[in-house]
Ligand binder design. Structure first.
Ligand SMILES: [Ca+2]
Ligand SMILES: [Ca+2]
Length: 110
C-alpha cells in the first residue's frame, strides 16, 4: 500500500508545495488540500499506518517531523516547533504520540 494508492499525486504535490516555506505548516489546511479530509475512516487509517514507519501503532514525534516525507519523498522536514505544535494538536490523551483514533480525530476536525 502506497500513499498514492489513496491520494492523488497532484493533490500531494500542491499541498506539500503550499507549505514549502519554513514554519508555514498548517495541518488543517494540509489535510484538506491533500484530500485526506474527504476520505473515509478506513482510508484515513491506512494513511496513518503508512506514516507509522516503524509500525509501532503510534506516530511518534520523530515520525511527525518527517510527516511530509510520508506523502512525497521530496517533502521537507518539519521544524521542531511545527512538530511540537502538530503533536499538541493531535495528542488528546497526552502520551506524547498520536494513535490511530487520535489521527482520525485530528483529520476530521481539521
Ligand atoms: Ca511509530
Ligand atoms: Ca496520544
Amino acid at each position: 500500500m502506497s500513499i498514492t494508492d489513496l491520494l492523488s499525486v497532484e493533490d500531494i504535490k500542491k499541498a506539500v508545495a503550499a507549505f514549502a516555506a519554513a514554519e508555514s505548516f498548517n495541518h488543517k489546511k494540509f489535510f484538506e488540500m491533500v484530500g485526506l479530509k474527504k476520505k473515509n475512516k478506513q482510508d484515513v487509517e491506512k494513511v496513518f499506518h503508512i506514516l507509522d514507519k516503524d509500525k509501532s501503532g503510534f506516530i511518534e514525534e520523530d515520525e511527525l517531523k518527517f510527516i511530509l516525507k510520508g506523502f512525497t519523498p521530496d517533502g521537507r522536514d518539519l521544524s521542531d516547533k511545527e512538530t511540537k505544535a502538530l503533536l499538541a494538536a493531535g495528542d488528546k490523551d497526552g502520551d506524547g504520540k498520536i494513535g490511530a483514533e487520535e489521527f482520525s480525530a485530528l483529520v476530521a476536525e481539521s
